[in-house]
Design a protein around this ligand. Structure first.
Ligand SMILES: Cc1cc2nc3c(=O)[nH]c(=O)nc-3n(C[C@H](O)[C@H](O)[C@H](O)COP(=O)(O)OP(=O)(O)OC[C@H]3O[C@@H](n4cnc5c(N)ncnc54)[C@H](O)[C@@H]3O)c2cc1C
Length: 394
């Protein structure tokens, strides 16, 4: 018999402390709401830190010197390199609006340093944080979520809130709340590791830049459909065995690479501490962003960007962040309602921060007004985003 302990009540609960979840928590808190962030790992950042995706790339600019992404996404770009190495071009000083620097508005970063700074940020913002806490089940009343149960080492706890953000990357909260999701198991095997060797160490010494000692060993397929080997196995999260096989076979690829290293000359620095899934479940939202929306303007846009490998710009409608099946849960990050190539854009780190910030503000507005996500004053949400230095339209 499992006892359900009752924890505190909050205005907003965010499930998942990846880039989207951190951004949502900060955004909701800056609206004056009490916030609980629930993270199953012992470190924040999700794929960006534990997954060793140590690239704040693609850039926050459009390549023509125009900054498209600001707000918390830009703040986190700077935070990612605050305590360690990074190569943000000088021309892109924080706050630059439309000044082309030499290079693009992007950087590599040190994953552990970024994780430690995210932990510091949570404390500065007075966000309550549960580490090593696995969200399990929502308690639903009609189309509203009243609270969530969380499995911890201290037992199972129940926390209530007025509004929620699902930033689990896999839509765990929305899926378990019974909301329609699409499950597209299209992840080819991937395993990103970090390594160093004597040559790279010498280069780092010569340049006086320790970051140059680290290589990203990006093993596995490129996500872009044209580059995918059609016969390669594709993985999803449909069974525990499938998830474990994805991780295990990834490690096998990592070991094969490791065996090719010259002993004592090259070594591994780190392997991922999280399954490196790019796309799993996605919300079937009020609107699904897809290729037909390229270069289109939306009245309810919450942010804009440019696709990574394509010339197209996209705007992200607020309607991609919620479903009418659940009034007070917003989606943020790589599980928002999207399809095709735009889905490969919205899952990028900076854009996860962008949708996280919009969801966090929207959740704060739901907590304050008691309204459903679909009935929020979108113009007010947009005003708040612009006030936080976000750009809505390209
Ligand atoms: C191999 C690879 C290469 C990539 N390359 C790039 C790149 O070059 N540039 C780029 O911008 N992006 C890249 N990406 C994409 C990018 O890293 C991710 O899409 C982005 O970081 C996702 O952020 P997120 O916050 O939405 O989700 P995640 O990072 O997945 O975070 C979700 C968080 O929720 C937690 N969580 C999950 N379930 C629960 C639960 N039930 N209870 C509590 N906590 C839970 C997880 O532990 C995690 O911390 C890459 C991704 C991969 C896999």
């Amino acid at each position: 018999m499992v006892t359900l302990h009752t924890g505190k009540s909050y205005d907003v609960i965010v499930v998942g402390g990846g880039i989207a979840g951190v951004s949502a928590a900060v955004a909701a808190r800056r609206q004056g709401r009490s916030v609980l962030l629930i993270e199953k790992a012992s470190c924040l950042g999700g794929l960006a830190t534990l997954g060793l995706v140590v690239l704040y790339h693609p850039p926050l600019d459009d390549g023509q010197g125009q900054k498209l992404v600001g707000g918390i996404a830009e703040e986190l770009l700077h935070l990612s390199i605050r305590y360690s190495y990074g190569d943000l071009p000088e021309g892109w000083a924080y706050g630059a609006e439309e000044k082309p620097g030499k290079g693009r508005y992007q950087t590599v970063f040190n994953a552990p340093a970024f994780a430690l700074s995210l932990n510091e940020l949570m404390q500065k913002e007075q966000i309550d944080l549960l580490y090593d806490a696995l969200f399990c089940i929502p308690r639903m009343k009609n189309s509203r979520c009243e609270g969530v149960s969380v499995e911890t080492k201290a037992g199972r706890y129940y926390y209530e809130a007025k509004a929620f953000v699902d930033a689990s990357g896999d839509g765990d909260l929305l899926h378990r709340a019974g909301v329609d999701m699409v499950e597209r198991p299209e992840n080819a095997l991937t395993f990103w590791m970090l390594s160093a060797d004597l040559d790279s160490m010498q280069k780092a010494i010569d340049a006086g830049d320790v970051g140059k000692a680290i290589h990203i060993e990006a093993i596995g397929a490129n996500p872009h459909e044209d580059c995918l080997d059609r016969d390669a196995p594709q993985y999803g999260i449909r069974t525990p065995e499938e998830v474990s096989e994805f991780i295990m076979r990834g490690m096998n690829m990592g070991l094969a690479r490791l065996k090719s290293f010259e002993r004592n000359k090259r070594c591994l620095v780190s392997i991922p501490g999280i399954a490196e899934y790019r796309k799993t479940r996605a919300l079937v939202g009020e609107y699904t962003l897809s290729e037909k929306d390229r270069e289109l303007h939306f009245d309810d846009s919450i942010g804009c960007t440019k696709e990574e490998f394509e010339p197209y710009r996209i705007e992200i409608p607020y309607r991609c962040l919620y479903s009418r099946q659940c009034d007070n849960v917003l989606s943020a990050g790589r599980n928002i309602s999207s399809d095709g190539r735009p889905r490969d854009t919205i899952r990028l780190i900076a854009i996860c921060a962008q949708t996280g910030e919009a969801s966090g503000i929207a959740a704060a507005m739901i907590a304050e007004s008691g309204k459903a996500a679909a009935d929020l004053n979108v113009a007010l949400l947009q005003q708040k985003l612009v006030k936080q230095r976000n750009r809505l339209h390209f």
